[in-house]
Design a protein around this ligand. Structure first.
Ligand code: SF4
Length: 244
């Protein structure tokens, strides 16, 4: 198996997995192109990694006992086959594994899920809107991944290694997720999701085209619409809702 292409590592993070202190590994490349992506610099799938996995392993050895675990993010954390052995290495060190994914690789997700303790899954839009939302017809795969994590949670609810997740949706004015938010939330809830987060896209640090678009938003109308969506999410029947 080839080496995991890693674009960067944050040795200590308290924000990438709720209530956990982790090292965060940024995997190079993503097949999708969400307009509000904050990691545009690491999306190219042809760019090689700049941090050897062996260096990450050394860091983890040194920080054993200090870190709860490792979060794999990206880019798309599940794009590369080598993430499977990297996850197994982390488990072998006795650490927990968190994963940020947009669900583009459900078969790989199925392979690694038994070794994963927490997933943050982005659901971009209704399945039929993915081309507009993410630049790719990936809706079926993302929603397949969603069903998988809900099942995994149920399967491990009483196990010695419980599994938790958060499903999150990012919105901005006129996005497919915003236009169809009420239906989107209803379908996410129908899929059995208990933990949901509504996120507001931030223009800073994104592609210049998106930043230019954001200068035309009517922010007072947007604030009202965002509060409406937050209220919708809070009343949808989830066990836990975050708005950020
Ligand atoms: S799926 Fe995530 S990493 Fe990929 S383009 Fe969208 S926001 Fe960026």
């Amino acid at each position: 198996m080839s080496e995991l292409d890693i674009a960067g590592v944050v040795p200590l993070s308290s924000v990438d997995w709720p209530d956990h202190l982790v090292a965060t590994v940024f995997c190079q490349g993503c097949p999708w192109r969400c307009p509000y992506c904050q990691n545009a610099a690491i999306l190219d799938t042809r760019t090689p990694g700049i941090v050897p996995w062996a260096d990450v392993q050394e860091l983890l050895e040194r920080r054993r006992g200090l870190l709860d675990g490792v979060v794999f993010t990206g880019g798309e954390a599940l794009r590369q086959a080598a993430v499977e052995s990297a996850i197994a290495d982390v488990k072998a060190l006795g650490m927990q594994v968190g994963l940020h994914t947009a669900g583009a690789y459900p078969r790989r997700l199925a392979q690694v899920l038994p070794d994963v303790d927490w997933v943050g899954l982005d659901i971009k839009s209704l399945p039929e809107d993915y081309r507009e939302a993410a630049g790719y017809e990936g809706g079926t795969k993302a929603w397949e991944s969603l069903a998988m994590i809900v099942d995994e949670r149920r399967r491990r609810v009483d196990s010695a290694s419980p599994f938790t997740y958060e499903v999150r949706t990012t919105v901005f004015p006129g996005s497919p997720a915003e236009r169809h938010f009420e239906e989107l939330v209803a379908r996410i809830r129908e899929a059995g999701v208990e933990d949901f987060a509504l996120q507001e896209a931030r223009a800073k640090g994104t592609d210049p085209i998106f930043q230019a678009m954001a200068t035309h938003w009517d922010m007072s109308a947007w604030r009202m619409r965002f509060e409406e969506m937050a209220a919708c999410a809070r009343s949808a029947g989830f066990s836990h809702v975050e708005v950020r």
